[in-house]
Design a protein around this ligand. Structure first.
Ligand SMILES: *Cc1c(COP(=O)(O)O)cnc(C)c1O
Length: 403
């Protein structure tokens, strides 16, 4: 590639401020201060305060579930989910194509993760591959609705029923998603949603569990508050997983704008879909018409041969234009030093996961993203391989420019 051409493109397309993969849509500071006034009056900062109780009720309604336990973050929530179900030893079948937290909570509970390959269409647990991983030690299936795209919840439940296993979902990405007209959180024994700052709906840090039964709801509430059942009664080894009033206040305000956030994201997704559909080597994963999406992420797969550049080349070049896409999820969890020696972590058992992790790139998407920013990303994805013209020199150059 001639450096001149790239320099010209940079001069033309480089954004004046960084475009990150996501940004939170914050309420006005005045509104937030308004809710905090009540907190100051009550002087009640945490432990099921008034705002916490309100948020719990409002979220139950919005998400279409009967019970919801709010948490300080999604990871602690998932840790507690396993405890609440009494999954205290053995193996849990899960996906390597996820955020580290999913697998770490198994390890923290002294459970052995058993990695199952992912489906080439949904990037979620490959249902045809689950049963071959079941042993007498298997206790549960822990699926992840990656990018908010639901797992094959019906077949997973069938398999679990046949083998007497619990089903838990890491629904960190799936806030507000519906599957066949039903809220996704209604599936499985328990689901976790995350309200981290990078998620569609946020409380800064935060999360929740949606347990199917009232009994599990009560048990989770005990466990997230040190196991304290009364002033002089501690009935088990609980933890501190509570959400405070500052988080709940932010949540109450963000909840008011989340529908609009989803609408705006759908518009960005529509632009990307339209602008990238005919770009050779760029695959936009298809989502089943049974799914009402939240557009929390916009993943594409970069097929090196047809595209003329690999995913890492594009990722690095985009940074030179102030565009910060993310490699969600690379590397696979099965490649982490803590897990790579597990028998199930062997790369030849996980061919789809290995390939997708090398090809996937999540493009920036959030409600306040400007149309011209989406248009710039589209132009760059279209033009960069032509500029590079398959020259390996550029990949190297781009990579060194980043480090
Ligand atoms: C964000 C995320 C988590 C962790 O949630 P926190 O609220 O940040 O603890 C877990 N799993 C997945 C798939 C996530 O994306």
């Amino acid at each position: 590639m001639s450096p001149k051409v790239l320099d010209d493109l940079i001069a033309h397309y480089r954004l004046s401020s960084p475009l990150y993969v996501t940004r939170p849509t914050l309420p006005s500071l005045d509104e937030y201060a308004g809710l905090l006034e009540g907190v100051w009056e009550r002087q009640w900062l945490t432990n099921e305060g008034e705002l916490h109780q309100r948020l719990e009720r409002e979220l139950c309604e919005f998400l279409g579930v009967e019970h919801l336990n709010l948490f300080c973050n999604g990871t602690i929530a998932l840790l507690v989910a396993l405890q609440a179900l009494g999954i205290d030893e053995g193996e849990v079948i899960t996906t390597p194509f996820t955020f580290p937290a999913t697998v770490h909570v198994l390890d923290w509970n002294r459970l052995v993760p058993v990695f199952c390959d992912i489906d080439p269409v949904t990037f979620n647990l490959y249902v045809d591959r689950i049963e071959e991983s079941i042993t007498p030690n298997t206790r549960a299936i822990l699926g992840v609705h990656v990018y908010g795209n639901p797992c094959d919840v019906e077949r997973i439940q069938e398999i679990a029923d046949r083998h007497g296993l619990y089903v838990i979902y890491d629904a960190a990405h799936a806030f507000g998603v519906q599957y066949k007209g039903r809220p996704i959180l209604q599936y499985g024994d328990m689901s976790m949603v995350s309200f981290h700052a990078t998620k569609l709906f946020t409380t800064g840090e935060g999360g929740a569990l949606a347990p199917k039964s009232a009994e599990h709801y009560a048990r989770v509430n005990l466990l997230k508050n040190f196991g304290i059942a009364g002033e002089e009664s501690v009935i088990g080894p609980g933890i501190n997983g509570k959400m405070n009033e500052f988080q709940a206040a932010l949540g109450l305000l963000c909840l008011k704008s989340v529908d609009e956030e989803i609408v705006r994201r759908r518009e960005v997704a529509r632009m990307y879909g339209e602008g990238l559909k005919n770009v050779s080597g760029v695959e936009i994963p298809c989502v089943s018409p049974d799914v009402e999406r939240n557009c929390a992420y916009f993943p594409v797969l970069i097929h090196e041969r047809e595209y003329g550049m690999d995913r890492d080349g594009l990722y690095s070049l985009l940074k030179r234009f102030n565009v910060y896409a993310r490699k969600y999820f690379y590397p696979l969890c099965s490649r982490y030093t803590s897990y790579r020696n597990l028998p199930s972590a062997s790369p030849d058992r996980l061919p789809v996961g290995e390939r997708v992790a090398k090809e996937v790139l999540c493009l920036p998407i959030y409600g306040k993203m400007e149309k011209h920013e989406a248009a710039t990303v589209i132009e760059l994805v279209r033009q960069l391989p032509q500029v590079v013209g398959g020259s390996s020199m550029c990949g190297g150059k781009a990579a060194t420019a980043d480090t």
